[in-house]
Design a protein around this ligand. Structure first.
Ligand code: AMP
Length: 415
């Protein structure tokens, strides 16, 4: 992976901003929703394989061990670091250059639109009139459904389908177009969270953070133009293989840590890191793809429980104040789950046991895990948030460094 320094010199992402537009498990793994979360409402109730026929999607085997918890809005990141200037390459353009076939359209957008959703009125209509061409911070050019050739369906989410599409105008970027039915957003009372998720994601530019290029709406729907994650869901890979090799795990964790350093410096805490929220880019690189639980900007610390139980840190389980260190804990859980195939504090017999194990940091390592990997996990899964290993030290940890592909530069000093 390129260092942040080198990324700054790379060309910016898709030239679809106004500025440039002128020039142109193991077998038991099951996908778990993070209930109560916009992002998860947005994305995790209805996976492509969820077996829905009419847009009312079945929840895929929610485990009693991954529980919904309360939701409130703000919390704070008490980092004072300046915003990183890293910029991603241009995945949409790369996809176009690679001559990717967008596949065959099944007419699903129209069929679905006939059967699904209603017009919304009043305040909700205003709230959901989302259009990136008039965004104050980073306006894009005007988009509409007519701007795209529609290709194959990529999946179904809680609020609508996702399609692989290509812009009709040169250079014919490939993106994933995600539809969200406004009336369903209103019914689920997540208008504000949706806006927040979109606002957060549109300002993020990092190679391991799924890019949101733009958005527009029509009477019934909101459309999100997302970076196309060519290799799909990481979760599916984990389900297929049960667990990953140490090398593969270390490489993903390296990318995760880099993305989290970036997010924390932008004052964004993710708060819902888990395999279900990760996608893979066309080169197999990891992409954080879901910001439903993330919280932006400093504010008052909140005692909010959110996210997936297995990934919750002690301070959240105990309803204490929390900060960006929750993501360090989740990174430790993720590292363990990648290698072992299940999260470290999972107790399938009782949710309370899981809570207890988290609060006691009841961590047991199977003999299969290397000492170096154990060292990293045990430095992240620390009860006291401030004693968890800093992310800048994660990326120079011997286990991470050992597995990093040759030629990759990491320059923690510049981070
Ligand atoms: P979501 O509503 O985000 O859960 O999306 C539903 C499904 O569409 C996911 O489970 C993915 O398989 C697929 N999908 C969503 N976003 C993308 C993307 N950016 N690139 C490729 N596939 C995606």
């Amino acid at each position: 992976m390129a260092s942040v320094k080198s990324l700054t010199s790379q060309i910016s992402a898709l030239d679809i901003n106004k500025k440039s537009a002128s020039s142109s498990l193991r077998p038991t793994h099951a996908k778990h929703p993070s209930q109560g979360s916009t992002g998860k409402l947005l994305t995790k109730y209805g996976a492509a394989n969820a077996g829905s026929t009419h847009g009312i999607l079945k929840q895929t085997n929610p485990s009693s061990l991954r529980h919904p918890t309360a939701i409130t809005n703000a919390t704070t990141v008490n980092t004072t670091a300046t915003t990183t200037t890293s910029r991603p390459p241009s995945p949409g353009r790369d996809a176009a250059r690679m001559g990717l076939d967008i596949g065959r359209y099944d007419g699903g957008l129209e069929t679905e639109n006939e059967k699904r959703g209603e017009k919304v009125y009043g305040e909700a209509a205003q709230e959901l009139a989302l259009d990136s061409s008039v965004s104050r911070k980073s306006p894009t050019r005007e988009w509409s459904l007519h701007s795209f050739e529609i290709g194959r369906p990529l999946g179904k989410g809680k609020f609508g389908r996702v399609y692989m599409v290509r812009t009709k105008t040169e250079p014919r970027y490939i993106v994933a177009l995600k539809t969200l039915y406004k009336s369903e957003i209103v019914q689920s009372r997540v208008e504000k969270q949706i806006r927040r998720e979109i606002e957060i994601q549109q300002n993020l530019r990092h190679p391991n953070v799924l890019r949101l290029y733009g958005y527009f709406h029509d009477e019934k729907r909101i459309f999100l133009m997302l970076e196309f994650a060519g290799k799909g869901e990481l979760y599916k890979q984990l389900s297929k293989y049960g667990c990953f090799s140490e090398r593969r795990s270390a490489r993903y964790i390296d990318q995760m840590a880099d993305a989290l350093i970036y997010l924390h410096r932008k004052h964004v805490i993710h708060r819902d890191i888990k395999p279900e929220n990760l996608l893979l880019g066309i080169n197999g690189e990891l992409k954080i793809g879901d910001f439903g639980w993330s919280v932006h900007a400093p504010g008052n610390r909140r005692r909010t429980l959110c996210g997936t139980l297995d990934y919750l840190p002690p301070e959240m389980v105990e309803s204490k104040e929390h900060n960006e260190r929750v993501d360090h804990w989740a990174l430790g859980v993720l590292t363990y789950e990648f290698m072992i195939g299940s999260p470290p504090f999972e107790d399938r017999s009782s949710v309370n046991n899981t809570y207890r194990r988290i609060a006691n940091v009841d961590l047991k390592f199977p003999s299969s895990m290397s000492l170096e990997a154990r060292d990293l996990v045990s430095k992240l899964l620390v009860y006291e948030p401030e004693k968890r290993l800093p992310l800048t030290e994660v990326i120079v940890h011997p286990w991470i460094a050992k597995h990093r592909p040759k030629g990759t530069v990491r320059d923690a000093g510049s981070l």
